[in-house]
Design a protein around this ligand. Structure first.
Ligand code: SF4
Ligand code: SF4
Length: 417
């Protein structure tokens, strides 16, 4: 990082830190604090450590292991920023501090290298998916995961042999509804493209049956949030630039993942200030926001509950649209008080690394599902689907997490195609 950039970064930190009242309201909503009961892993504690580090010069080189660990325990859920009465963006400070941590090699080398190698290369990710699919077929998945440096306990769904749009350069699906609603560009995220291609097919089906012409740009790349969350801002910017090019146009951009949506809007514009991304704030929509109510046939498919993904609720502000549609296909029961968005403990690859936090938070989520009596947990994020299913499995709860798009399509009796 150039010294001018570092000074600007530190100045931004000081402005944010000066606003902190030390009231601790952010602690109540922080999942890492709830799981550890340690001030060091609370937003206020992280700010205190950051402030202490600023007392030495040059600050970015002063991070101790305790501070790096405190930073690593943040799930980037944004609950603290939403709760703070003083407008302190503790989550953004954590991301900035992680970036500075890179100055002295704060990221594990393999993780940093793997992200750089894979995130911008869909063909490589497709090959990895095919290999993991074969490993599943031959019952050697834990060995394959270990070989690729992934945690062997990773509970993957049953992988399909081919990712969602592998090998397709142009992917237009014509509208089928009685009324033509225009074109939508579908930004299929990495989670759906590689892990849950049936979800991506469900999104395309729902949109085309509603009356949209759906375009899936093959030139899209990972939105970059895994890189940003791990402090590699340079890689996040590179991926953002690729996506700005791939998503050029005026039509709405449908997303199937709250984290992709928040990255394309809030992080591209407000945090990274990516040139050309300004229109994304108006164009990016969760798929449930684009579906007219009458495109979903009413049915009584049993008890369904809904989990608000942190980034979908806090980043895109989407909480009502999925509930309104799900209410048409089953009896919707709430997990928490409406508006009380609680993280599932997954947060991308976080849940794999910090099992202590995931076990506590995911366990609470599984208990809430059991208490609701629901058979299905619908949610708008493939990572939440993965982690909630893992939490349900560990607690022995007989319910299944599915992406909202799959629940809506299956409830309407529409076959996967
Ligand atoms: S970050 Fe905000 S909520 Fe947290 S202690 Fe500071 S002022 Fe209070
Ligand atoms: S973003 Fe979430 S996990 Fe991180 S400090 Fe804020 S509340 Fe805690």
């Amino acid at each position: 990082m150039a010294s001018g950039q570092r000074e600007a970064l530190i100045e931004g930190w000081r402005e944010n830190l000066a606003r902190c009242l030390r009231c601790g309201l952010c602690r109540e909503v922080c999942p890492a604090f709830r799981a550890t009961a340690s001030e060091r892993f609370s937003p206020r504690g992280r700010l205190a450590l950051l402030e202490a580090s600023l007392e030495g010069e040059p600050p970015a080189d002063e991070f101790g292991d305790a501070f790096l660990e405190s930073l690593a325990y943040c799930l980037s859920c944004r609950a603290c920023a939403e709760r703070c009465p003083s407008g302190v963006a503790a989550d953004v400070l954590v991301l900035a501090a992680r970036e500075a941590g890179l100055c002295r090699g704060g990221l594990p080398f393999f993780k940093s290298w793997a992200y750089r190698l894979a995130l911008g290369r869909p063909r490589l990710l497709a090959q990895l998916t095919r290999l993991l699919h074969l490993a599943q077929e031959f019952h050697v998945l834990p060995f394959a995961l270990w070989f690729f440096g992934l945690p062997p306990r990773l509970a993957l769904p049953h992988l399909e042999a081919e990712p969602f749009d592998a090998g397709r350069e142009q992917y237009f699906t014509p509208a089928e509804g009685t009324e033509y609603l225009g074109q939508v560009t579908y930004f299929a995220g990495c989670g759906t493209t590689y892990l849950y291609p049936a979800t991506a097919r469900a999104v395309v089906d729902l949109l085309t049956r509603a009356g949209y012409l759906v375009f899936v740009p093959a030139a899209r790349r990972c939105c970059g949030i895994p890189a940003l969350a791990n402090g590699d801002v340079e890689l996040a910017r590179e991926l953002a630039a690729r996506n700005v090019e791939a998503l050029a146009g005026d039509e709405p951009i449908a997303v199937d993942c709250g984290s992709c949506g928040t990255m394309l809007t809030y992080y591209y514009n407000d945090v990274l200030e990516v040139p050309g991304a300004a229109s994304f704030k108006d164009r990016v929509k969760d798929v449930t926001e684009l579906l007219p109510a009458d495109s979903i046939e009413p049915r009584a498919a049993g008890k369904i509950t809904y989990h608000d993904p942190c980034h979908l609720a806090r980043g895109l502000g989407v909480t009502a649209a999925p509930r309104a549609l799900l209410n048409k296909v089953g009896e919707l029961v709430e997990l928490e008080a409406p508006g009380a968005v609680t993280c599932c403990g997954g947060a991308g690859a976080y849940g794999l690394t910090y099992d202590d936090v995931f076990a506590k938070i995911g366990g609470e989520k599984a208990d809430a599902v059991a208490a609701s009596g629901a058979d299905v947990v619908a949610t708008g994020c493939p990572a939440c689907v993965l982690y909630i299913n893992e939490a349900l499995r560990r607690r022995g709860v007989k319910a299944e997490a599915r992406h909202t798009a799959e629940v809506l399509r299956e409830s309407a009796g529409q076959p996967d195609r």
